[in-house]
Structure formats: C-alpha cells, structure tokens
Design a protein around this ligand. Sequence first.
Ligand code: NAP
Length: 300
Amino acid sequence: MSRTTFRLNDGRSIPAVGLGTWQSKPNEVRDAVEFALQHGYRHIDTALNYGNEREVGEGIRASGVPRDDIWVTTKLDNPWHHRVVEGFARSLSDLDIGYIDLYLMHFPCSTDPEDSTKHLPDWDYVKTWQEMQKLLDAGKVGSIGVSNFQIRHLEKLLADPSCKVVPAVNQIELHPSNPSPKLLDFCKSKGIHCTAYSCLGGTIGSPINNSGPLLRDPAILEVATAKGRTPQQVVLMWGVQRGTSIIPKSISPSRIAQNFELDGWTLTPEEMKKISGVQTRFKVVGDGWMPIKVFFDDDE
Ligand SMILES: NC(=O)c1ccc[n+]([C@@H]2O[C@H](COP(=O)([O-])OP(=O)(O)OC[C@H]3O[C@@H](n4cnc5c(N)ncnc54)[C@H](OP(=O)(O)O)[C@@H]3O)[C@@H](O)[C@H]2O)c1
C-alpha cells in the first residue's frame, strides 16, 4: 500500500501515502520531510498558507531522494486568488524544487488581501480556475486541482464554459467521522481523485482537535486489535482502501514511520464496513474564519 499510486484524469499518478505538514513548525518540518523521504515516502503536502514551504523544500533537498521521484503538492492561498501567477511563483521560489507536481486552489473563497473579513468583489473561484488553467502552459506544474470544494462548487465550475480542465484532485476532509460519501461519489463520477486530509482526525493538542474520540471508537479499537495494528494505521488503511490518497501529518520520526507501515496487510470488507459504521460526526476544518460560507453539510 505504501507504494500504491492512484491514476489521475490527466494520466499522472499520485502516491497513495504522503506526509502532511499543516501546523508543522518551520524548525520541525525540515527534519520531518527529510526523515519521511528517507523512509520511503514519495509524496509531501504543503501550502503557502502553512508558512513552511521554504523548510519543506530544504527537507526535500536534504533527503537526497531524486526530485523526479517525489510528488509535491502545494496550494494557492485565499488572498491570492486574483494573483495566481504571483502566488504560484512565490510557492515555487520558496520551495525551490524546480517544479510543483500538484497545485490546488486551497478553498473556493477569494479573500480581499486588505481585509480578511471581506470576499474579493467581482472575483469568484471560477475566475481563479481560469487563471490556474493557464499555469499548465508554463510547464512548472504537472497537475492542477481544488480543495474543500463541495458538490455545488464543482457543479458550478464544471458547468462554466471557461472550464477546459477538470480538476485532477479535490483535497477534502475525510475520516470515519466525516466520510462524505456523496461528495466522494460525485467526484468519482466526474473523474476527480480525492485526497483525504485530517485523515487521522486532526492535530492533537490543537483547539480544533477531535481525533481523541475517533481513535478511541470501539469499532476502530476492535479492528486494530484484530489486526495487531494501531488505531491510526487501520484508519489510514481504510482511507487508502476507499480509493483516496492520504496525507497524515506528523513531526515524530516513529509516528511518520508507523503511518507508512501499510504493506502486507489489508482490511477485509467486514472490517471496512465496521469502520465505515462509526457513528460520531465532526469536522476539523470549519469556515467561520472565512468571509463566506464554504461548507454546507450536504455531502453525507
Ligand atoms: N486542504 C486543506 O484545507 C487541508 C486542511 C487540513 C489539513 N490538510 C493537509 O492534511 C494534512 C493532515 O491533516 P491534519 O494535519 O489536519 O491532521 P492528521 O494528519 O489527521 O493528524 C495529525 C495529528 O496526529 C498526530 N499523529 C500523527 N501520526 C500519529 C500516530 N501514528 N499516532 C498518534 N498520533 C499521530 C500528529 O502529531 P505529531 O505530529 O506529534 O505526530 C498530529 O497531532 C495536513 O498536515 C495538511 O497537509 C489540508
């Protein structure tokens, strides 16, 4: 499983397991990225918004793994929607890795850079996508996609005559307490691969962390015990077996290694069903900090 890749609608292949880096501090993330790559990871997820692209790039270069063997995803931040070329150039320059494999629109929300409480007037994500499509011609990005898009966002985007490129990926929150089957099915029907973020249920110790209850859920503990695996490993395996790529975040070498131990075992259909049957519901990422509503609770 750690070597599994998923084929995207543009013919490129994304590694199933990557390292997340949100809330990994610059002084921690360099070592985490270097360690992960030296221990087999070939996929790193970052974003301009995380403020750590420079150190992520340092970790990539320090790893000694050839650049062409690594998949790097980064994202356009909300205040940069009307400045796609500049936002992309900044990420590319900070990462300093020659090119970006996957560039995502972080949220379907263009924020006024002068006032984060305001939506940018006369600029929505359809316009942003028009600009992102142009990036493909410049040859510094392999694939383009979106993140945090709900069904209604995708329907509007795909129906617009300016949409010539179907997003290769929609990176969304997915874990057993936010399984989003309707959104997942919709993406599949349009040929859009989904990457699962907060795939362990979010960051421990963060005010918005909720992973404790998920990873203590009796169904998950039961499957973990039966498999002789950790609750985290069975939740990650559930994500890959659903056909989503996963990007668990860690800065701890032992946990980075453990999250990659997904070879030589699988979950049975009954075990998959048991995990899918988890009843608790929560989301790690909300939209209260953005000037417009993005999540509509309509993806179940
Ligand atoms: N597109 C978006 O809007 C968006 C939003 C959220 C996240 N993301 C991406 O998705 C990535 C993952 O999501 P996330 O960071 O929200 O959370 P996550 O990966 O679900 O969980 C991370 C938390 O789990 C801990 N952890 C990791 N492996 C563990 C293990 N084996 N045992 C016990 N604890 C473990 C980490 O702590 P330690 O670091 O101390 O190990 C951290 O506190 C992000 O880093 C980011 O790259 C994208």
